[in-house]
Design a protein around this ligand. Structure first.
Ligand SMILES: Cc1cc2nc3c(=O)[nH]c(=O)nc-3n(C[C@H](O)[C@H](O)[C@H](O)COP(=O)(O)O)c2cc1C
Length: 216
């Protein structure tokens, strides 16, 4: 059992990375082998619309033809038994790196049938962890849920199942007194960090443990 996690934040020790590490701890607790990949360590671009992955009888049908740092990663994903994605919300969506990664991973696996079918060879559990500044109420007002639902639908089509963990009102700055951000109440942020973030970490741990026990 191999569980892979992809960090779409440039920060390797903050909210998103911490939650992803918790999922992997959960998977390890059930005996899984795990790997965390920081997308910002890799050099790649988003889909370039070459359509080699859609070419009839083509060598790269169902696979991304572009050769770069993502090429060996796609091979690992094909062999993985569970995949967990994590991204902060940047300007209302996932980070550019995560978006580009998903374009390259998901688009080649979508068969343009109606309804769409998957060219990914196996059914595996997937999860998506989102972290963001806004609280739950503001998130609903901003309409983020629609974006999350689209990603979940795509992951379900390709991999067979998907679930999400939404972590709101995260601590963005180590020291709020050093930045111009009067919109945030540092005391409330640190209370939330103490009281709610550990619960999100526990949910992440449970997700990893559940995925490692997945039987289909
Ligand atoms: C460039 C940038 C854009 C952001 N845009 C949003 C946003 O639109 N909505 C939001 O709720 N938070 C936004 N944030 C805050 C981050 O989503 C939040 O701090 C997140 O938890 C950071 O994840 P990390 O700690 O793993 O890096 C933004 C942060 C940055 C740096």
């Amino acid at each position: 059992m191999k569980v892979m996690a992809f960090n779409g934040s440039p920060r390797k020790e903050w909210n998103t990375a911490t939650l992803l590490k918790k999922t992997l701890e959960g998977a390890v607790s059930k005996g899984a082998e795990v790997e965390l990949i920081h997308l910002y360590d890799l050099r790649y671009k988003g889909c370039i619309s070459c359509f080699a992955c859609k070419e009839k009888g083509g060598r790269s049908y169902g696979k991304c033809a572009v050769q770069d740092d993502l090429s060996p990663i796609f091979k690992k994903v094909k062999a993985a038994d569970a995949v967990i994605f994590g991204s902060p919300i940047y300007l209302g969506s996932v980070t550019g790196e995560m978006q580009s990664f998903m374009e390259r991973l998901i688009f080649p696996c979508i068969k343009y049938t109606d309804p769409p079918e998957s060219l990914f060879p196996r059914k595996i559990p997937t999860g998506f962890i989102y972290t963001m500044n806004v609280n739950e109420e503001q998130m609903a007002e901003c309409g983020y849920s629609q974006r999350f639902a689209t990603i979940e639908r795509l992951l379900r089509i390709i991999f067979g199942s998907s679930e999400m963990l939404i972590c709101c009102d995260t601590c963005q700055f180590e020291d709020y007194s050093k930045v111009v951000a009067p919109r945030f109440d540092p005391e409330m942020k640190s209370r939330r960090r103490r009281e709610v973030f550990p619960k999100d970490c526990q949910k992440a741990f449970e997700m990893g443990a559940r995925f490692a026990n997945y039987t289909g």
